[in-house]
Ligand binder design. Sequence first.
Ligand code: XMP
Length: 433
Amino acid sequence: MPTFFEPLLYQPMPQSNETILILDSGTKNTQLIARRCRDCGVYSHIVPRHISAEHVAKLAPKGIVRIGEHDAPALEVIGIPVLHVPGDFHQAALDHFLKNTCGCRGDWSMKTYAQESIEKFRNIIGDSQVICALSGGVDSAVVAAILAKAVGKQTKCILVDTGLMRKNEIANVVAAFDGKFDVEFKMIDASDGFLKRLAGVEEPQEKRKIIGHYFIDVFAEAAKEFGNAKFLAQGTIYPDIIESGTTLDVVGSGGAEKQAASIKLHHNVGGLPEKLGFELVEPLRELFKDEVRQLGMELGLPEDFVWRHPFPGPGLAVRCLGEVNREKLAKLREADAIVVEEIRNANFYRQTAQAFAALLPVKSVGVKDDKRTYDDAIAVRCVSTDDFMTADWTTLPDELLRKISSRILKEVAGVNRVVYDISSKPPATIEWE
Ligand code: XMP
């Protein structure tokens, strides 16, 4: 019987790739150096720092990078070159190591990776069906695109309309695939069910829980239609694995080093495979976020779609403070669409990591057409960040802020005040909840 954890075990890397192992130092340098290797055309893989020489031999790397002063096993003895990076990282030293010491050709590219992935998943899936939960985000879309190229209509995409999505979200997702990818879509409008369960609930964690649980119920019901499906695809990416400490799993230790990965549990699809008994496929688990975008482009997803900002799994519920209801969501959705549209028009979208509106449960006094109003406030949030762990608010031009504010005040009924959030993370978070 397949289990939830099986696919997290070591999967052989494509033979055409030269691999460099990076011993996980637990610092940011680990990911940085892994990325830089790939930029040099050499595939890199992060492994636990106490990996045994026996496991290294199984992975057959061209070289190993050891970062910092941590003790590490004596890997030199197995005859694989080791680069020790004590603190300062120098690109020239890495280049020299890859090309001259290890003799790497540097021919790893996203184009070959895409072709190999398509082949790999065509073989894994065979003539079975695979279910793909599309969230509207980049990761799940790229997963569906790979599977579409690999097995076409055997890919069954499920789109759940939670009623908590951005304006035109479902239409945008379908349009990104239209005419180019031969997949089957199943749309489910579950907004009534979500909103009924959220009625009267104000506490943010409670809202998240309700949404997460109901999503699983709706998804499970929808998946019944594809009763023959053997696989469920998930958009886990490499940083999710590194940050959850599951680099341990890649070494194929036969169980001793397996961990119960809580990857993306805060995302809606987390926990689904265990409940539903599907085998899990994770086509992006070796890629960094920007590589996922490159892969999306390589596969032919529209550029605008591939560069979308991240959007939280529980959707607008996170950005609609206090109780969530249709009326508040409609206001928020309109204001949010204006923020994104104007940021895009001013060519700021790619320069910011996230830009959105939040609806505050604060009524304040205003004046319109000589009459007193007592209406809601919209907070505009726009942040710059690399890793989303820390973030700074983005300095936007005055004219852009003025345009956003005047459009929201004019076009969104029931809003009489717009504020710009000038809080960094920490101590604030990116989302308002
Ligand atoms: P915070 O608000 O904690 O958010 O600074 C950090 C990043 O995580 C995103 N986020 C989520 N993403 N499901 C997701 O997929 C979620 O439940 C969730 N909550 C927050 C947030 O948008 C930001 O990019």
